[in-house]
Design a protein around this ligand. Structure first.
Ligand code: GAP
Length: 553
């Protein structure tokens, strides 16, 4: 097992052990691509969402121009429904284009995302054992051995699969003649020459088929084909279709953003890497509307602003990268798209996984919902009879700029983040193993989650050193005061003090407060810092203020 896999396994184990994340419906064997957040995970994810909302909307100053912004701007939130009019998905492009290619294995009955399978040509003598007294056979074969792309482990996995296919013991692995390099299955001309990742025979893979990622459902009790509806695959469309409602009902003027946090659903073919690719997940999206001639500046602003958000909450800038899409990857109307990516520990060192996309979308979405589905050249898509392929709403979604006395369709910058991916990145970044002294002063290995204080699920833990001499009563009063101040704190009087510290280090509690023998004399307690292990005495009457100040980070 590689170091990266090892770290990820330890994070997954900690998440289950301490109640951050569980496999959904675990008692029934689980359901692939769905996850449940336990008590600590729920607090953590809520803190991620709340920080995003507070930093993007709640604490946004719309009068004064924020640092780096081209001008002052407004931000408002909405909550749109998960199921929307089916026409929304036709005009957004999801109905026609939101596809992945998949291949099925007729032997193992497993389904694979076509672009996730890799393989290499291998030639050897395939041996089969004889049955019912018949002699075994042997045949020289050249086949394309495949496996799911597993980064640096791919080669090892291919060797194991090839040994199994050719019926060879590991010590005879040199009898396999490997030819060419490892390459994506997509590059193979003839799939009948491939051995599927979990097959024992060659040629059991079907041709790739397109698979729409939207979950379909039916409206109403009688539900015929015309009542088909979809669970939204992104929250973004809720903002586009409400653009006019927001302009007409609130005092916002361009430039402004409409924001939303909510569940999205995608029937991912191969959900994997813990919560990274799930079938049900949460998005935190901004659709920022601006004048077309200012959109390039706003794109730049949002790209940098969103990158800085992750570092402000503790992600090391060496683990984060802003990857600009190549010009040829962009729709012609787009000035740019950048992905904010994190070096997740399940990836091969040097690889990054997407946390958030920041896209310049031009006026594509508003115009598609007005006029009908547009193509990449912003021309109305027509069917074989020359009619609009998917009709728009016919409503006017343009904007009248009363200062410039001009009417136009605004351009959109879309910073689109995943709440679950961000939570996973914060968890991975926080996971640390170091050494700290135990109760006897001897150095011991400890596991801790170094969460930014704003994200930590439990903000402080209060311990009476012993269960007598009035210490539990004083600790209980402090606990009540913190709870009253709205802080999620814990009270723990079980076990040696060192053990209590470790329990809270492991769930990322930034401060441990101990009521001890000195407290009765001078009304002070010790405050221990999770990361530095430094302990200072703080008067009880200044404690809440002290912790609140420290939590602001
Ligand atoms: N409106 C644009 C949009 O939805 P996207 O890149 O498909 O863009 C945005 O998704 C973000 O949503 C991603 O960067 C990721 O954080 C999150 N996301 C997308 N698919 C996901 C999945 N299957 N599981 C978890 N998060 C996902």
């Amino acid at each position: 097992m590689s170091q990266t896999e090892n770290t990820m396994d330890q994070i997954v184990a900690l998440c289950k052990r301490r109640g951050f994340l569980f496999q959904s419906s675990e008692i029934y064997g689980g359901i692939n691509g769905f996850w449940d957040y336990g008590p600590l995970g729920t607090e953590l994810k809520r803190n991620v969402r709340n920080s995003w909302w507070a930093d993007m909307i709640g604490r946004h100053d719309e009068i004064n121009c924020p640092e780096g912004a081209p001008s002052a701007y407004s931000m408002v939130g909405i909550e749109s429904s998960i199921i929307m009019h089916p026409q929304v998905w036709k005009c957004s492009g999801h109905y026609d284009l939101f596809h992945d290619f998949m291949v099925d294995c007729t032997e193992s009955k497993k389904r694979y995302r076509f672009d996730h399978v890799k393989g290499r040509w291998a030639e050897a003598e395939k041996k089969t054992r004889g049955v019912d007294g018949q002699p075994g056979t042997s045949e020289q074969m050249k086949v394309f051995i495949t496996t799911m792309d597993a980064g640096e482990e791919t080669e090892q996995q291919l060797v194991e699969k090839a040994l199994k296919f050719f019926g060879l013991k590991a010590k005879y692995k040199d009898q396999i003649d490997w030819q060419g390099e490892i390459m994506p299955l997509e590059k193979l001309d003839d799939l009948s020459q491939a051995v599927a990742p979990d097959a024992s025979r060659v040629g059991t893979m079907t041709e790739p088929r397109e698979f729409n990622l939207m979950f379909k459902t039916t409206l109403g009790a009688l539900g015929g084909a015309e009542d088909a509806a979809f669970l939204r695959p992104e929250t973004a469309q809720g903002m586009f279709v409400n653009f006019k409602n927001v302009v007409d009902s609130s005092r916002v003027k361009l430039p402004f953003g409409i924001c939303q946090i909510g569940k999205s659903f995608r029937n991912e073919i191969t959900p994997r890497n813990f919560t990274f690719r799930s079938r049900e997940f949460e998005q935190m999206e901004i659709e920022f509307f601006c004048r077309p001639d200012e959109s390039a500046k706003w794109y730049e602003y949002w790209r940098n602003r969103r990158f800085a958000w992750y570092t402000s909450l503790g992600i090391g800038s060496d683990k984060l990268q802003l990857r600009e899409h190549h010009k040829e990857e962009l729709a012609h109307y787009s000035v740019g798209t950048a992905d904010i990516e994190y070096a997740f520990p399940f990836l091969t060192p040097g690889e990054f996984g997407e946390l958030e996309g920041v896209a310049h979308r031009g006026d594509f979405d508003l115009r598609s919902h007005m006029e009908g589905k547009l193509d990449g050249n912003l021309k109305l898509q027509l069917d074989e009879n020359g009619q609009p392929k998917h009709r728009g709403s016919g409503k006017d979604l343009s904007y009248f700029d009363d200062q410039a006395r001009e009417r136009f369709v605004p351009h959109v910058i879309e910073p689109s983040a995943g709440a679950d991916r961000a939570t996973l990145a914060f968890l991975c970044e926080a996971y640390t193993v170091d050494e700290a002294p135990d109760d006897k002063g001897e150095m011991q290995t400890r596991t801790l989650l170094k969460f930014h204080p704003r994200l930590a699920p439990v903000k402080a833990a209060i311990f009476p050193l012993i269960k007598k001499e009035g210490m539990p009563e004083t600790a209980a009063k402090i606990y009540a005061e913190f709870r009253e101040a709205g802080l999620n704190v814990d009270y723990d009087q079980q076990g040696a003090i060192g053990r209590r510290y470790r329990r809270h280090d492991e769930i990322g509690t930034p401060y441990c407060i101990t009521v001890d023998g000195q407290t009765a004399d001078d009304q002070t307690v010790t405050v221990r810092d999770r990361d530095t292990l430094e302990q200072v005495r703080v008067p009880i009457n200044k404690l809440t203020e002290e912790i609140l100040t420290r939590l602001k980070g």
